[in-house]
Write a protein that binds this ligand. Structure first.
Ligand code: R5P
Length: 314
């Protein structure tokens, strides 16, 4: 085997379990490295495997603690670059800092662009990610971005539930395009919650567009952070006569008391993926976690073999 043909997968601390599952699917061992902290908190990394000339995939979600995980990712990329890897793909199942993707008012940063610059400058040759908060963030990178959708995994689960009288709901107007794909595949009509954001942590569900009375509902969102958007949407839907309410989201950021907040809302089941590790004490009762490891491993295999990635979704 020539070195460029050698595929190696490494993980930062944010994505260890997911990376191990990906390696199982690929039939390889997870790369060996030591990732610790110096006494002052700085990151102390030593890669134990030879990576010269290899095709490296480094898996790290930039989920909370966001700054720690982002810095780990940058240091990992820098390390592989300096160790003469042939190609480095930053596999970022959850891409954090994505919400500030434009100057929506004066004197605010565009953090999504800043993070794209940092990853590129550190030495990544490609990025592989899932359900970006805004798909145009792909264009913030001047390197190749392969953007995957978690919907095959999530839709498959709901198809098996065979929920009757179903309506798929977007919890805000911005999510309609994504939610339409779910509605189409589940052969269900679409409704929209007209959400107003009154601050970074507060939202208000105002109106519902569409017929939801007496219907079973799946609310679809890309991520759940404080849980405010989903909890309010579920309450508004119930108040207007919806029956069973399911929630489906790719990225379980679930910060602070989000899980407790969602448990108090009229939600029958919440389904998320493992782009972000989730080990809440109540997760068995209420939250189902589906793995996107098979999808990611197949994308990695195809990138390594220069095969089509988009055909995974046709
Ligand atoms: C908004 O544009 C997103 O799609 C999510 O609805 C939002 O980020 C969720 O945030 P939270 O859970 O804090 O309401």
């Amino acid at each position: 085997m020539t070195r460029r043909e050698r595929l190696q997968v490494f993980s930062g601390n944010a994505s260890h379990d997911l990376a191990s599952k990906i390696c199982e699917h690929l039939g390889i061992s997870l790369g060996n490295l030591e990732l610790q902290r110096f006494p002052d908190g700085e990151i102390d990394l030593k890669v134990k495997d030879d990576v010269r000339g290899s095709d490296i995939f480094v898996i790290q979600s930039t989920c909370p603690p966001v700054n720690e995980n982002l810095m780990e990712l940058l240091i990992l990329i820098d390390c592989f670059k300096r160790a003469s890897a042939e190609q480095i793909t930053a596999v970022i199942p959850y891409f954090g800092y994505a919400r500030q993707d434009r100057k929506s008012e004066g004197r605010v940063p565009i953090t999504a662009k800043l993070v794209a610059n940092l990853i590129t400058k550190a030495g990544a040759d490609r990025v592989l990610t899932i359900d970006l908060h805004a798909t145009q963030i792909q264009g913030f990178f001047d390197i190749t971005v392969d953007h995957l959708f978690a919907n095959p995994v999530l839709i498959d689960y709901f198809q098996q539930l065979k929920i009757p009288n179903l309506v798929v709901v977007s919890p805000d107007v911005g999510g309609v395009k994504v939610v339409r794909a779910y509605a189409k595949k589940l052969s269900a009509p679409l409704a929209i919650v007209d959400k107003r954001r009154s601050g970074p942590r507060e939202t208000e569900a105002v109106h519902i567009i569409g017929d939801i009375k007496g219907k079973n509902i799946i609310i679809v969102d890309d991520m759940i952070s404080t849980g405010g958007t989903i909890a309010q949407a579920a309450r508004a839907l119930q108040a207007r006569g919806a029956r069973d309410i399911y929630v489906c989201a790719t990225h379980p950021v679930l910060c602070g008391d989000a899980v407790e907040k969602l448990e108090k809302a009229p939600i029958k089941e919440m389904v998320v993926t493992d782009t972000i590790p989730f080990n809440h004490k109540n997760n068995k009762k209420f939250i189902k976690v589906l793995s996107i490891s098979k999808l990611l491993s197949e994308a990695i295999r195809r990138i390594h073999n220069s095969e089509s990635v988009s055909s995974l979704f046709t």
